[in-house]
Ligand binder design. Sequence first.
Ligand code: C2E
Ligand code: MG
Ligand code: MG
Length: 524
Amino acid sequence: MLERRKDEQAGRSIVAAVAALGMLAGFGLGTLLAIPLAELHLNKYLSRVAAQETASVKEGRDLLTRLQHSSDPTCSDAELAHFRALVFRSEYLKDAGRMHDGAIDCSATAGRPSHAIGQFKAAATEADGTIAYTNLVPMRDENLERAGFQLGTAFVVFGPRLPEVEGSLPLHLAVSPANQAAPATNNVIRRGNLLVATHCSSTLLTCTTASVSVDEARQAEIGVGAGTAGLGCIAGTLIGFLLSAFRRRHRSMEYQLRRSIEKNELQVVYQPIVNLVDGKIIGAEALARWKDRDGKPVSPDLFIKIAEQHGFVGALTSLVFRRALNECREVLTKIPDFKLDINVTAADLADPAFLPMLDATVDQNKVPTSSVVIEVTESSTANQEVAMEAIRELRRRGHSIYIDDFGTGYSSLSYLLYLSIDRIKIDKSFTRAIGTNAPTLAIIPQIINMARSLNLGIVVEGIETNQQALYFTVNDQTVHGQGFLYSEPLPLHEFLEVLAPRLNRATVEGERQFALAALGASVA
Ligand code: C2E
Ligand code: MG
Ligand code: MG
């Protein structure tokens, strides 16, 4: 319970730590981005100014052309009404009217003044006679100087409207005649504490300057920083949850397995091993079984690996030995020559506690050492020195040694010469190849010949079909086999039921008949 709470606490800490990291990273990113984002903002704003100018100039020029052909008498009521209607409908024009010699005679906003207004100076004259002004001041306005065009006596004044500033960045805007403005810059420049960008219009002869102070930019982008921090926080939380779930699953598996071993909860099942020639059961392999806390069986390949990785496979091996020898005590003492195979790992062979544990368990159950077979894999003998020493000791005590999953290891066959072993167990991947065109098929005869020349016995794993069984019975060698064709691994009571006749009968013939009867249904 305490462990579980600690584990949950650790999980929460992981989520919090990764979320905080994500937030910091996000905030850092936001702050770093403050200036580039402000520059982007300024540039974007000025391109909107340019687009609006293009549209307003087009509208102004179209209007001037139309006014050239106006049929209304100059500055008549009808013409003034026309001007007003045009300005009212226009998006960009502030005023329209008639002027001559730099003074306004009448306009939509000024009406028909008693005397001409202003002394406006032309800024430029274009080839078609269009005169550009930068300082027209229409009536009823706040004394703002505006750009305008005159063609003939008609004139238009462009509206003061700059596009609205979008977003939270407080831009400072200024429009000035082109000749009084700083030269246009295509990019944002740094002037003191200011970021400045200027756009000049060659047709309106005005320049629009947008600026923002660096401090304001940073301040405004705190929002962005907060946004990216938020995103970072969310991403971090998600990653944290995934990490913690992964860790919890792995840790809880490890934790549950440890607890199950401590509480002796692992089971052992027994898969009969038969003589392929007569079908007689000559032994069995003990295989560990474990269910997690939800009652789901976990594959031994997985939980053995977890125990190996976390350094407690010795406790698991010890449990399997104690349970198997105890459960099979009667079988091993009453049936001569019956062999019980038990799997051990490389770590067991190297563990100084392994042999004493084995000796004690054998003694306690008073079973013959010759009945207890130790299965080691090729890979667990990779550390030859240690493995050879352990194998020597085991054989000295009377145990037999089988090499499990033979053919899947990386060692050369010659290493068998150095290890004194009794049998090889041909891996089920070879058995599966029988009846197919798999290249592994060609290796089987070599393995059989090699075993014969080294005087080693053979056990064939994973026999599922009669064809596979027959393949190994045609030669003169006595071959043992195990597989679903004969029997799946059985829980203890079923295993004992299969062996019951042999436990009760003494004659050799009786043993044979009953063994065949027990397995007869599946042996062809
Ligand atoms: P293994 O020692 O090679 O055991 C044989 C495996 O083949 C067993 O899988 C068995 O159920 C399976 N098998 C038997 N007959 C057939 C068949 O006809 N077809 C197929 N496809 N499979 C068959 P299991 O019980 O899942 O064990 C897997 C491996 O886990 C074992 O392979 C062994 O390496 C390891 N293992 C199991 N129990 C223990 C244990 O107590 N200690 C150690 N160290 N390893 C164990
Ligand atoms: Mg095995
Ligand atoms: Mg095997």
